[in-house]
Design a binder for this molecule. Sequence first.
Ligand code: MD1
Length: 972
Amino acid sequence: MGKPETAAITNPARRRFLQASGGTAVALSLTQLSGVLSGSYVKSVMAAGKSVQYGGTEDLYRQIWNWDKVSWGSHTNACLPGCCSFHVYVKDGMVWREEQAARNPASNENYPDYNPLGCQKGCSFHANLYGDHRIKYPLRRVGERGSAKWERISWDDALTDIASAIVDGLEEMGSDGFLLDPPHEHAGTVSWAGAQRMNSVIGGVLPDLNVLIGDFYKGIFDTIGKMHTGYSADNLFDAELIFLTYSNWSYTMPAIYHFLTEARYNGTEIVSISPDYNPTSITADYHVPVNQGCDAAFWLGICQVIMADGLVDEAFVKEQTDLPLLVRADNGRYLRQTDVDGGGREDQLYLYDLKAGAIAKAPRATLLFDGEPALEGQFEVTLATGEKVAVTTVYALLKAQINANHTPEQVQQQSGAHPSLTRMLAKKVATKRTCSYIGFSSAKTYHGDLGERALMLAMALSGNWGKPGTGWNTWAMPADHIELMMVMEKTVAEGGLAAFAQMEQALATKLRAEDPEITEELIGVALAKEMTTAMGLVPPAMFLYNHCGYKEAYDNKAWQDPTLKKTFGEYLSEATEQGWWQPHHLRPAPGKHPRVMMITSSNPVRRNRSGAQLLPKHLFPKLKMMFAIEPRMSASALYCDIILPAAWYYEKMDMTVSITANPRFAFIEKAVNPPGECEPEWEIYAAILKRVGEIAAARGLESYGDHFGQRRVYGDLWSRYTMGGKVVTQEQALTEMLAVAEATSILPKGTTLESFRKAGMLQQVSFGTGFMKHLVANDYSPDKPFFSLAWHRDKKITYPTYSRRAQFFLDHPWYIEAGEALPVHKEPPKIGGDHPFVITGGHPRHSIHSLHLNVPELMRLHRAQPVMHVNDKTAARLGMKDGEQVRVYNDFSDFEIMLRTSPTVAPMQVVVYFWENPQFKEWKVYDRLLIGQPKPLHLAGGYEQLRYYLFNGSPGPSTDRGVRVAMEKLPV
Ligand code: MD1
């Protein structure tokens, strides 16, 4: 460790900025500054212009190990599993190198440890800090939007321009005039909370991040009423059979891939399901080569064999699922109390009790039932009207449907999986502890929900959840400390949490009065819905449809499932008339426009499918001001009116977000000063709000109207954001966040900023006191692997679904009409037109999202330019060669790209991993033709689990896997 840094305040721009944000002298004295790096200094060092004197290569080598100091670091760039703790080596005020701190113990001596944890992206991150792409000063556009002509301006001018536009927007449109493009956690936990806090305080509109990016697993949500489940990586060590589907761990999970390998020492077998023989399939025991988007058929074939061979875990399905519930033969819907008693609850459903020889109410408060439910059979029931109707079970219906349509031989036609493979794997699923990893591509597939429902049916029939070595992942994270920081009015010390708890208690009392059998989890759902509305969150597909030019594509019936007879717009109108979607879900109302858009920690022009084509044409002209808070020039920042320079990792204090695979939190120190006039985002948001108050006051404006008809006082915005001026700086925000984490039992008692800094890494203590613990439904213990849903299995707690069970029969009228009441296989629609190839994608090996695409060390490992992987024989058939440029097109758009041929790609498939817009000719990024067509069925509501709250529910506008394309050779 090297010499300590002095705390002199030498940067007048920083001093002025802190005054603007309302930061205090205390914050200044805590700032570690050792000189501001100029671009030219960095360049000369990188170009070796300032190299140390050395006499030989040995001396140069020794200099590499000579540091001024070593700090804790990590990266919050929304990767999985994340939370890798790094040592960051600093010399002369620059980060020169980083390496994994390797401080990740095993849960106990029976499991592998997580070390070293950290991938090539993390190990080369520092290259991002220094380069021409770095934004160092506030910039104002001087040319047309997107023309890349800028002038450097002061923070003062930038804040005034932005705040004036915000005030104009709020005056013109009320709070709907402010739009926050949904930030991801790239900018850090503190910023993530801060941006959404800022939006909550303003009352602006925030399209839902998780649904927008295509990370919402609709099929899982439909089945168990929740999506956030997961397991720690070492749970794989307890599995005997692991399915990797829609995923490519060797690219996307390099840091924990070793758990798969280690599990194989136990005799565990790995199955990779993928249309291509992908880089992960290569090391699997079995590869299931499914047709793209047809996984449901494969899983239904598995279910057929399990049922036909009598391998069903009957005790599990009778207790945990809706399979024994009764369905009327006459109308094809559940038998309900309203049918039997002529009144009572519509969602009180029935079983047939073999012990009593009569129908019995399926308990709603518990999964325990002291009779013996029938799984199959035909029964007669007398309704309140005196009419007699035949009823049967969901299981019987399912079995008949699956036997008729999904024998392994039929499945071969539907999905491509050979019958012998289906039969062999079905027997393994039924007899082994089976764990699945459903990659995020499932959530990005039009009928991915059907695949998820069918997979879960196979897991239900074999009893494969809620016990060690089982389950499936999505993602779950202890998040009380982040979410509460978005909405708390006061600090923890001032009773901020108590006020929130009181609100929660009042809601629980009201809901219990309405339904004495309501579970704590369902109360959590109701609270989440209220928070979601208060935070201004809106389902993204409707926002894109109404405001961003997606109407034409979404309403194109040729690009929809043909069983859905109406257009997206028609379904939306009907759903709105039914009251399933309220005005607060559809903000801003059609015809009303957002006026100011803030982009922070997101890149909508790259991230939104076809965003590069539609946003500049349809959304941006409506905006009087769009500004980005960015550490580097991104495709979206290039369109902005103003760019504010953000401090990046290692330049600000922060902590990571823990996702279940690695249940730890890493501390991020401020190892170096940011270059130029970069500032941490929390403070930037504060500065903007302070200036909004000042400008409104100068104009004599007191308040504006929010979406809910309330007046919001301009002069209160900064004070509300900073909790009365107590949480202004990044350090204060992190300190407060830790106080929430400690109070909600996410972090150990006694955790402070200092203790965290000393430890560098902290193990999660629990999933907190809030909603997340119900979602994962298991006790977390640091010395054991974690898996979800045990509370349902062990404590018999019901699921947050309409039937209160894991539900495979959705008797919603729209689902019945679409033929999707039970899990089925459907052919994917030809989105993009009738073209011969399906395009798939995935996250790349050498970058996390768009962040590392221009890191020189990593570019040396690939072609450093966009490529599309194509089957070698297909290419030869078309007269195309590896390395040639091709034009890829469909009915919506086109792009040009280099071909990379490989026998591992399926003949009908082409694969493009992530690339960013400026890497393409004329910035015609590949995303342009992906559209992201949402499935209109997912507009259905009015049925417990068909609902929307933060990160969950509503149609996904990112279903890009399987879009149809064609390609042609370009003239050389
Ligand atoms: P996002 O990342 O957040 O805009 O997009 C998220 C996305 O990558 C994700 S999570 C998914 S699942 C999705 N996947 C996906 C796919 O599989 N295929 C296709 N075709 N599209 C897909 N799209 C989404 P991106 O593009 O990396 O941009 C993040 C921006 O954040 C900036 N940034 C920071 N900003 C601030 N203020 N502070 C920071 O510390 C910071 N770090 C990064 C970054 O520069 C970039 O512009």
